[in-house]
Design a protein around this ligand. Structure first.
Ligand code: F6R
Length: 375
């Protein structure tokens, strides 16, 4: 049911505050004796404790969530993590290392490349006698009853409800949440963060339903207006760094998929190594500039783009530095860890409104299918 929304995609973008609320209710539990938060994933502690490195396989939007996951698992939980395109991993996997956790991320649970990559990994690991090379697996999916659900008993159910729009929005958001849960769980088990840091991150996550709700209220109309000015644009560049580099990729993918506009995401520091040659006043640059470690760097990368006459759109809080943007899609100034969960929302709305302005079939874009069950 679309409720009063014109398209499923818009409804699904609006489902996100409830998804955050439900996730917090389902997966966050407070131990009343110790006052500590626990993540309600039913994985064995010894199993998680034995893990020394992580490989994640996924495609498309799911891979972008995995890239945020990598940032969290490495920088918050201290576990070396690699992310692979499932279609590449299945034919050129990395050399085997022991005590590796393999995570398959697929919202539909049916993506052929991801399923095949996992099968291949199970097979090659099972053929080795040494137990430390055995397959250790977790699936992150929206469909527990699916091919990946049958392959992997350890499941994180993202519980986003069925997504009908072909372009993934709410399932991306819910996959991100699953990685926050996993990063917290590992940080507790491995002792890589103090209780105080963990509680701080949990506290930030509990603010999400309200923050995302506010973002929707603030940006729906304004991104519609921006879309009115930009719907005829030919090329768009998205820039981000660190934890928000994957958000630049996801912003670009959403725009490509539903509006058929050429869009590319880059880590902002890479721009000067080539993509900067594309810039002129016809190419808007959308830069994700959230306060934190690399904020000043992102602003100076945006400055380089401005010097080439690019129209600069910032996804950033109103603060010192962000006055350089020609247009600001304001997001609240929060702890850097949770910024991807906020920065993605205005970008989803902007792609939606651009595609809608172009009169395109937003929920059923040409050439795309909801689950890609062929190689
Ligand atoms: C993006 C999109 C695709 C899927 C990809 C993986 O909006 O829909 O890029 O993310 O095909 O699909 P799942 O997650 O079902 O494996």
């Amino acid at each position: 049911d679309k409720k009063n929304f014109k398209h499923y995609m818009l409804k699904e973008i609006y489902d996100q505050p409830d998804i955050a609320k439900y996730w917090l209710e389902k997966y966050l539990i407070k131990d009343l004796k110790t006052d500590q938060f626990q993540i309600n994933y039913s994985f064995d502690t010894d199993f998680l404790n034995s893990i020394e490195r992580i490989d994640i396989v996924a495609c498309g939007t799911s891979k972008h969530s995995a890239m945020v996951g990598k940032f969290l698992l490495e920088q918050f939980s201290g576990i070396p993590t690699n992310v692979f395109f499932a279609s590449e991993f299945r034919y050129s996997p990395p050399p085997l290392l022991c005590n590796t956790l393999t995570i398959g991320v697929t919202q539909s649970g049916e993506t052929a490349d991801t399923i095949a990559a996992i099968s291949m990994e199970i097979k090659r690991r099972s053929s080795i006698g040494d137990r430390s090379f055995k397959p250790n697996l977790i699936a992150i999916t929206n469909r527990v009853e699916s091919s990946i659900g049958r392959q992997i008993p350890n499941i994180i159910d993202i519980s986003a409800g069925i997504e009908i729009g072909v372009a993934a929005t709410k399932t991306f958001f819910a996959q991100l949440l699953s990685f926050y849960g996993l990063a917290i769980k590992f940080a507790q088990i491995k002792g890589s963060q103090s209780n105080e840091n963990i509680n701080q991150l949990v506290l930030e996550l509990t603010k999400l339903p309200g923050l995302v709700e506010e973002l929707l209220e603030k940006h729906n109309e304004s991104s519609e207006k921006l879309a009115h000015d930009f719907f005829n644009i030919k090329d768009v560049i998205f820039l981000g760094r660190g934890i928000n580099y994957p958000i630049a990729l996801e912003g670009a993918l959403k725009l490509k998929e539903i509006s058929y506009i050429n869009a590319a995401g880059y880590p902002a520091g890479e721009m000067k190594h080539g993509p900067i040659a594309l810039l002129d006043k016809k190419v808007p640059v959308i830069s994700i500039a959230t306060p934190g470690q690399v904020f000043d760097k992102v602003i100076s990368n945006a400055q380089e783009a401005k010097a080439r006459d690019a129209y600069l759109i910032g996804v950033a809080p109103q603060c010192n530095g962000t006055e350089i943007f020609d247009y600001l899609m304001t997001i609240p100034s929060t702890n850097e860890w949770i910024s991807p969960l906020l920065a993605i929302v205005p970008l989803q709305l902007l792609s939606y409104h651009i595609a809608s302005h172009r009169g395109l079939d937003v929920d059923q874009p040409r050439n795309l299918a909801k689950s890609v069950t062929v190689e």
